[in-house]
Design a protein. Structure first.
Length: 467
């Protein structure tokens, strides 16, 4: 009989009895769909670039276990399949013997980003080998290395993953959460995926597809997926664009600045410069003041390797720019980038312009010191709810663009905006990426927003029948 179908486990259960399923003996399967598994005797958890944890199942007939760890390539060497250059001699091998009562060991002293081979043996009586398994990994959190190729800049491109000593692609990337994890593996604070991915190359090894991440993982290896190399169908290779600097505005006076972790061997320090660009005169009604843009509010160094800084005492609703510069040895300057934000939660402001009243108009979003529009693609009630809430209203509706007879000349900042409706600002919603779109300005979103309560038929706007 076929006992189980639609089995769903979270991975922490001691037995499949505790997993969810359709019911014992309830299914719509044939035996050509029977599950076939291969179980690993041991598991390698790469904690960071210098430390791994090796755990294994205790084997009843084994009297001891033996681990051999050997380096097999440096990061600058070309890796082609299993044809790997040997690093060092047998003297560089690590040999560890353990008794049968032990089921894990922590190994330190690895060289970051080197590739390693780990051979695990169970030894039975009379010094016979009961079983042998091997595993190759990169000395990097998750045991997987990553790089981007064919991009216009070093921070963007097609994702390639180094797993088991072979470079392969990442297929069917569908969420910004996976892009966040991939970019953090590269040392960037954040990133987003390009929904217009490149066609799949027939010669590529495909390592991962349909991955599901929370966004907080330190490696893509820790996200849920169907298995390395277990790909049923792949239509397009994943493309991501990573951000060198991001600003998280917690409230009206505090923000956290994060930036790319330096990988330059000549790195000395970072320099952070915060400038007040415009003071507000009421809610988002900016008034440029003489000399404001040149006043240095913060000019800080001595960060060492801490690639973040918390800004305090910001002026609510005011506009700032923050500049991060990488300082290298011998007076050489590394990467330098500037990011603009508004001192409100989310750091992104929104307004309605060119409407018949203050409650309607073209939606404009303030991002990186510039106002821009939002494309109507996939725009529905959830996005309306978030934008109108940012403006202090409860409900809203879409207005035909043709009614305004005014076409914007600003950049189009957002396309394919995807909100759940519960976000505090549209900065928290998924989208194609800032400035990435396939729209014209006749696709700009035009909204009308209203309060959930109003006064009508009164002598002034402050009195009347409550509706």
């Amino acid at each position: 009989p076929i006992w189980l179908d639609n089995l769903y486990c979270n991975g922490n259960e001691d037995t499949i009895v505790y997993c969810r399923h359709t019911g014992w003996g309830i299914h719509n399967c044939d035996h050509d769909e029977d599950l076939v598994l291969g179980c690993g005797v041991f598991d390698v958890d790469v904690i960071n670039g210098t430390t791994i944890k090796v755990a294994w199942e205790l084997f009843p007939k084994a009297i001891s276990y033996h681990i051999t760890l050997r380096p097999i390539s440096k990061p600058e060497e070309t890796i082609i399949g299993s044809q790997l250059p040997t690093v060092g001699t047998s003297s560089s091998y690590r040999n560890i013997s353990l008794n049968n009562a032990t089921n894990f060991v922590v190994i330190n002293g690895l060289v970051p980003l080197w590739s390693y081979n780990l051979r695990f043996k169970g030894i039975t009586a009379s010094n016979n080998t009961g079983y042998i398994e091997e595993y190759n990994f990169v000395a990097k959190q998750g045991g997987v290395d990553i790089h981007l190729v064919n991009g216009e800049t070093p921070s963007e491109g097609t994702v390639e993953l180094l797993y088991n000593n072979t470079w392969g692609t990442y297929c069917n990337l569908t969420s910004h959460r996976e892009a966040e994890v991939l970019c953090k593996m590269l040392g960037y604070p954040s990133g987003f995926h390009d929904k217009y991915s490149v066609p799949m190359s027939s010669s590529s090894t495909v390592w991962l597809s349909d991955v599901s991440c929370r966004g907080t993982e330190t490696s893509i290896a820790y996200c849920e997926h169907g298995g390395w190399g277990q790909i049923d169908e792949c239509n397009a290779e994943a493309v991501v664009a990573c951000k060198s600097i991001i600003v998280e505005v917690f409230n009206y006076t505090t923000a956290k600045v994060s930036w790319k972790i330096s990988s330059n061997p000549d790195f000395q320090d970072y320099q952070l410069i915060l400038r007040l660009e415009q003071r507000n005169d009421g809610f988002l009604n900016y008034e440029t003041q003489s000399g404001v843009g040149t006043v240095i509010i913060v000019n800080k160094t001595n960060f060492s390797n801490s690639a973040f800084y918390v800004l305090n005492d910001l002026e609510p609703y005011s506009q700032y720019s923050v500049e991060i510069q990488e300082l290298l040895s011998v007076n050489v300057t590394g990467f330098r980038e500037t990011f603009g934000f508004v001192a409100i939660p989310g750091g992104t402001a929104v307004r309605l312009v060119n409407g018949k009243s203050a409650q309607e108009g073209i939606v404009e979003v303030f991002y990186n010191n510039t106002w821009g529009t939002v494309c109507v693609d996939h725009f529905d009630e959830e996005e309306i709810k978030v934008i109108c809430r940012m403006l202090g209203y409860e409900i809203g509706y879409v207005i035909s663009n043709s009614l305004l007879q005014v076409e914007s000349t600003l950049p189009i900042w957002l396309d394919n905006l995807d909100c759940s409706g519960n976000e505090y600002t549209i900065f928290d919603c998924e989208h194609t990426g800032w400035g990435i779109n396939n729209c014209d300005h006749d696709d700009d979103v035009v909204l009308g927003c209203e309060a959930a309560i109003r006064l009508v038929n009164g002598k002034t706007a402050q009195e009347g029948i409550v509706e």
